[in-house]
Design a protein around this ligand. Structure first.
Ligand SMILES: C[S@@+](CC[C@H](N)C(=O)[O-])C[C@H]1O[C@@H](n2cnc3c(N)ncnc32)[C@H](O)[C@@H]1O
Length: 231
């Protein structure tokens, strides 16, 4: 599908606004995400923790990339899950740090890019990212995720796509909310495979929306391929 000039401008403007939100307006991120999701962001984000627990990784070491204001890290620490966080924005670090201190929780946090992670090979059992910015699908990021994961570990990406539901029907409100096209699903599957993962995609219904959960398992041999199941 060919993108029109107007669509390209909207996409560029949306990306620019997101960058401002991750940087100088990081203090308002929780408020904005609460507002644009009509209070559902936390419900959608919690799916990531369910997935970690379903993967049997609940007592193992988890890395969260792009942790934003640290809400998932706080949830994980409240459930006594060991977690390390990696986030690029210093302003997000400051907000997360204040949040964790307020809740009297602690989690190791590192400032850096997911495209070149300062961790040794085979360090984590699970890598999680919720509502990721475009960096998540960059080849360098996916290769780094595969490198820092132990064998049989998994990458869990929640909220690459979110589609609000109204009376059971999907609402498309671009560029924020839209269901993944089959071409987009296939592309993500290919990118994960190229990075050494066996990919799967499920669409989970929670908080009045369909939220995508992409899982990439780092296998010794990537034989099985289960991609796009209904939840
Ligand atoms: C949409 S926010 C998601 C925040 C949080 N995970 C959530 O559930 O609300 C994307 C986050 O990814 C961070 N980010 C962007 N590029 C990154 C990169 N290359 N490496 C690590 N974090 C990055 C941004 O600073 C921002 O905090």
């Amino acid at each position: 599908m060919v993108e029109t000039v107007i669509e390209r401008c909207i996409r560029w403007g949306y990306g620019w606004a997101c960058e401002r939100l991750y940087r100088e307006f990081a203090w308002s991120y929780d408020l904005v995400s609460h507002g644009v999701s009509v209070g559902r962001w936390d419900v959608w984000r919690r799916i990531a923790l369910d997935e970690v627990q379903q993967q049997g990784a609940s007592t193992q070491l988890m890395l969260e990339i792009g942790f934003g204001t640290g809400a998932l890290m706080a949830l994980a620490r409240s459930a006594s899950l060991p977690v390390v966080g990696l986030e690029l924005s210093p302003q997000m670090h400051a907000v997360a740090s204040a949040k964790l201190a307020r809740l009297q929780l602690d989690a190791s946090r590192v400032q850096g890019t997911a495209a070149a992670m300062p961790f040794a090979d085979d360090s984590f059992d699970v890598v999680v990212s919720t509502f990721p910015a475009p960096y998540i699908l960059e080849e360098s990021t996916l290769r780094e995720c595969a490198r820092v994961l132990r064998e049989h570990g998994c990458l869990i990406i929640v909220g690459l796509w979110v589609t609000p539901l109204m009376c059971g029907r999907r609402l498309h409100i671009r560029p924020v909310y839209a269901a993944p096209s089959s071409a987009q699903q296939a592309r993500v599957g290919r990118l994960l495979e190229d990075a050494g993962f066996t990919p799967s995609l499920t669409l989970r219904r929670a908080g009045g929306a369909e939220v995508s959960v992409v899982i990439g398992r780092k296998e010794a041999s990537s034989a099985s391929h289960r991609y796009c199941d209904a939840a």
